[in-house]
Design a protein around this ligand. Structure first.
Ligand code: ADP
Length: 594
């Protein structure tokens, strides 16, 4: 919040306006027209109509004279009354649905295009999360604020012109009121921000307690330990603390607000009204009708100015949010995607002297690694946590580009292929695979294309999910997770993994990557899974990553990594015979599982 001032508020608000205009131009124009029309009609209705009727009575005019003015105003009021709900209740929801859909689509497209390195940039990531959650709503709000501002400005202009033509004294009162409101409102805004800043850390603590009580993964701790008592105490304390902060600032804010409104009331309903009566009754400068009109016009002018002043902080806040959205949208991928060659369906993967340092780190995570992975070969990358196994995979998948060295698939450096096509060459089963809240079939295809039943049956059998599938009455149409469907099926960790495995096989990629797929399994189950995948993959290249050496002994070749270097390579038996680090680590782990 404290950074509000530094943003390009107006430029951001105009950005929001342009955005919404592009998606729903008709709606934006209508909204402008309706808002300006409504405000101007109200001004006529409350200011000039009344004044005119009174002056008619004073001047002895006939009913016909009154109707001349009354009828058009009545028609305008009727249009205003109908157009308000029409826009609010009918057109807005209609435009909203298109607007939200198109805006989210733009955001999804951008998010999908973003390279993975961007996710490591915390500041960027925060803006990204914000944009995904709240951008549409904030664009909509900013546009609304702008429309309100413009219609208030138009009304103020008409009222101001009338005042200048009748009795410009009101402008002095309006100017005085404007200065006092600006100053007091500024203090109120500052107070509010301070209150928010003080409340933020306390409310975060309180929210944490709240989360712990409803998130399923804490339930066991809550039921078994004394943690619930501690949390409840924390919650009470934070709540009391929040109340104290709110009350302390609340008192001052109330005082300032009373002062702000009181000064305006005194100036208008007191001093100015007395002045007007003096001019009308004592000086005889104008009649009761004009008195009312000029008083109402001044009131409306000042009312609008006050509302604009009070809207300014909101305006700035919306500007800040739009700024985040623009930062997100303007972020460019730095990884070049200029390759044009078709990706071969088969080919060796050759890594030559590759070195890579994560942005912001001072030492390389991958340091001079070379490998030649032949088509169809089954290999394992092993080593302790942090050795660089996953990073090497990220380089192979071209989620990052190495600082030096080259990676080739077939005859060409991987940069020679379009990134998207190149990545399709891999089917990866990551540590953190996700089951999507959709049918089993869609969890295999991962898109809208119809399920190829024959191929699906084949991979489901291979993944050993066949019996389970047949036990479900809806088969491939069974919804997974209970997110959208009470009849949805929640799979066990092992079953979910089988679906993830079937998904990789279904994708029919040239290279299968298993990134510690079995960390949720015991070593025997992991061994079996790795072995299954290796056998299932037949002529495909398979890369397994594991820190459990016992589970990768059947592969063609094992690369042992340490500190980003390949320290030993060979098959299980030759590495044991070598009696180096691999052998030592294997014995240590075997000890544990004995
Ligand atoms: P492994 O898969 O062998 O456990 P990783 O490749 O995941 O190891 O990580 C190797 C090292 O790189 C670790 O020290 C880790 O802290 C660092 N690292 C991993 N990801 C990132 C990242 N996104 N940004 C900075 N450092 C990272």
């Amino acid at each position: 919040m404290s950074k509000l001032k530094k943003t390009r508020t107006l430029s951001n608000i105009l950005f929001a306006l342009r955005w919404q205009f592009r998606l729903t131009p008709g709606y934006v124009i209508l909204r402008f027209a309706q808002s300006i029309f409504g405000n101007v009609v109200t001004l006529f209705e409350h200011t000039f109509l009344l004044a005119y009727i009174i002056s008619c009575v004073e001047g002895g005019k006939t009913l016909i004279d009154v109707l001349y003015f009354l009828i058009p105003v009545a028609i305008a009021v009727a249009i205003k009354l109908i157009s308000g709900p029409l826009v609010e209740a009918y057109l807005t929801p209609k435009a909203n649905s298109k607007f939200y859909m198109d805006t989210r689509m733009t955001l999804y497209k951008k998010a999908a295009e973003l390279e993975i390195a961007k996710y490591d940039d915390t500041a960027f990531y925060n803006d990204f999360v914000w944009a995904m959650h709240r951008a549409p709503e904030q664009i909509f709000n900013a546009t609304n604020t702008f429309i309100q501002l413009v219609s208030m400005f138009v009304t103020a202009l008409i009222a101001g012109t009338y005042i200048v033509a009748t009795d410009a004294t009101a402008l002095i009162v309006v100017a005085g009121m404007m200065v006092s409101t600006l100053l007091l409102q500024h203090s109120i805004t500052k107070r509010n921000m301070k209150r928010e800043e003080e409340l933020m850390p306390i409310s975060r603590k309180r929210d944490y307690t709240n989360r712990v009580f409803y998130l399923a993964n804490f339930v066991k701790d809550i039921k078994t330990g004394a943690i619930a008592d501690k949390l409840k105490k924390d919650f009470t304390e934070s709540s009391e603390q929040m109340e104290r902060v709110a009350v302390r600032h609340g008192r001052m804010i109330t005082l300032l607000a009373v002062l702000r409104d009181g000064i305006s009331a005194l100036a208008f309903d007191g001093a100015y009204l007395i002045y007007l009566f003096y001019q009308a009754l004592v000086k005889g400068k104008y009649g009761l009708g004009s008195l009312l009109a000029v008083y109402n016009a001044a009131n409306r002018l000042s009312g609008n100015i006050r509302r604009v002043i009070m809207m300014l902080p909101r305006f700035e806040e919306q500007g800040l949010y739009i700024e985040k959205l623009r930062t997100f949208l303007e972020t460019e991928n730095t990884m070049p995607d200029s390759g044009t060659l078709p990706v071969p369906t088969q080919g060796d993967l050759v890594i030559e002297d590759v070195t890579f340092t994560y942005p912001g780190n001072d030492k390389p995570t991958i340091n001079g690694v070379s490998m030649h992975i032949k088509q169809g070969e089954k290999i394992a990358l092993v080593g302790f946590n942090g050795a660089g196994k996953s990073t090497l995979i990220k380089l192979i998948l071209r989620l990052y580009d190495p600082d030096s060295g080259t990676i080739r698939l077939g005859d060409n450096a991987i940069g020679e292929y379009p990134i998207g096509d190149y990545r399709q060459h891999f089917g990866a089963l990551f540590q953190s695979f996700e089951i999507i809240a959709a049918s089993i079939g869609q969890n295999l295809t991962m898109n809208d294309t119809p399920l190829d039943k024959k191929k699906a049956d084949e991979v489901i059998k291979k993944a050993a999910f066949w019996d389970k599938l047949n036990s479900l009455p809806d088969g491939y149409d069974t919804p997974l997770t209970k997110e959208f469907d009470d009849n949805g099926v929640n799979l066990s960790g092992g079953e979910a993994q089988k679906i993830a495995l079937a998904r990789v096989l279904y994708a029919d990629a040239g290279v299968i990557v298993l990134d510690e797929p079995s960390s949720a399994l015991d070593p025997i189950a992991e061994y079996q899974l790795n072995k299954t995948v290796t056998e299932l993959a037949e002529d495909k290249t398979v890369i397994i990553i594991s820190h459990r050496l016992s589970t990768t002994r059947f592969v063609d070749k094992i690369y042992m990594l340490e500190d980003g270097r390949v320290i030993e390579q060979g098959n299980h038996d030759s590495l044991l015979a070598q009696d180096g680090k691999y052998a030592e680590m294997f014995r240590l782990q075997a000890e544990k599982y004995r």
